[in-house]
Design a protein around this ligand. Sequence first.
Ligand SMILES: Cc1ncc(C[n+]2csc(CCOP(=O)(O)OP(=O)(O)O)c2C)c(N)n1
Length: 366
Amino acid sequence: MSDTPDSGLVQLLTPEGERVEHPDFSFPGDDEMIAGFLRDMVIARRIDSEGTALQRQGQLGLWASMTGQEAAQVGSGRAAKKQDYVVPSYRETAVAWVRGLDPVALSAVFRGVDLGAWAGNDGNFHPYTMVVGSQALHAVGYAMGITADGATATGNPDTDEAVLAFFGDGATSQGDVNEALVFSSSFQSPIVFLCQNNQWAISVPTTRQSRIPIARRADGFGMPGIRVDGNDVLASFAVTSWALDRARAGEGPAFIEAFTYRMGAHTTSDDPTKYRLNAELESWKLKDPIERVRAYLRRSGSVAASFFDDLAAQADDVAADFRSRTLALADPLLEDSFDLVHAEATEHIIEQKAAYIDYASSFEEE
Ligand SMILES: Cc1ncc(C[n+]2csc(CCOP(=O)(O)OP(=O)(O)O)c2C)c(N)n1
């Protein structure tokens, strides 16, 4: 692998929407599956733009947009099986969508009305983690637990479990992520690390974080490191499927660098025009993950002419529902947060909850 920024990428669908061969990876699905990927990506982008609009209208405190990263998220998310456990960071809107999480669970967090976030068993999708990179350690701990439970490497690919953990390029500079990589390798845990290299850690470019392609760091931890074109949903699916299959089979962890681009701001609190050149954004627009699949399906003729308009209408419906239910979210009851601390409340937690309710009701009497 050479060291130029976008070298060595696994690609199966070009920006022009043409299928290409790769010596090691191939996409196993048909055009119906590809149309399903497009559906996921279009709807996720629509949820994303609605989330940004809701924040701009003062309805959310913050929103972390993932526009531009749909292929990395849908391809890898769809590669995870139902029994796998998925650990996101905080901008995995499209992964949440493909795991079946209600998008309102995301807006509730960013509206500040959800104290504990969704339970991890909703779509086997762990709650968002705002502390950069810390979830990599939680994910490895979970993967070690899967091994301890004997829930993996039994030889049954329909039930064997693995973990798929997401983080950004900037997170690879965190100690937590490096510790997670060491531990997973030492214990050959069933985990796949999915680094979405969206080129920027807020205002710090990847090139300042790592002097070599990030995937090459995997060598030092003793696991395979693969760079995939993160704007290519077919390649993202193929590479992540391969890595998860080997993790479930007991062959240890793998590291995937999905080379992609955050088209919008880091979050709604950020202004990327302060540090990013417009020419860079324009060049990445030509690699838009959605447009290349649209181009492929148009050319292949495998979907009806009405497919694209119907999909846009469907995405608008999802967004309208997302908006109305977000606006209707109730304020949380603080006492509910006690119920989410442990699977079964301890005596101490029960006491604390009762004391809190007692304390809170003392104000109502005033
Ligand atoms: C431990 C920690 N340090 C700093 C921050 C502030 N912060 C939030 S996001 C971010 C950049 C993360 O960039 P990257 O890992 O590339 O992920 P991306 O946001 O691009 O998806 C930083 C520094 C934080 N949330 N947690």
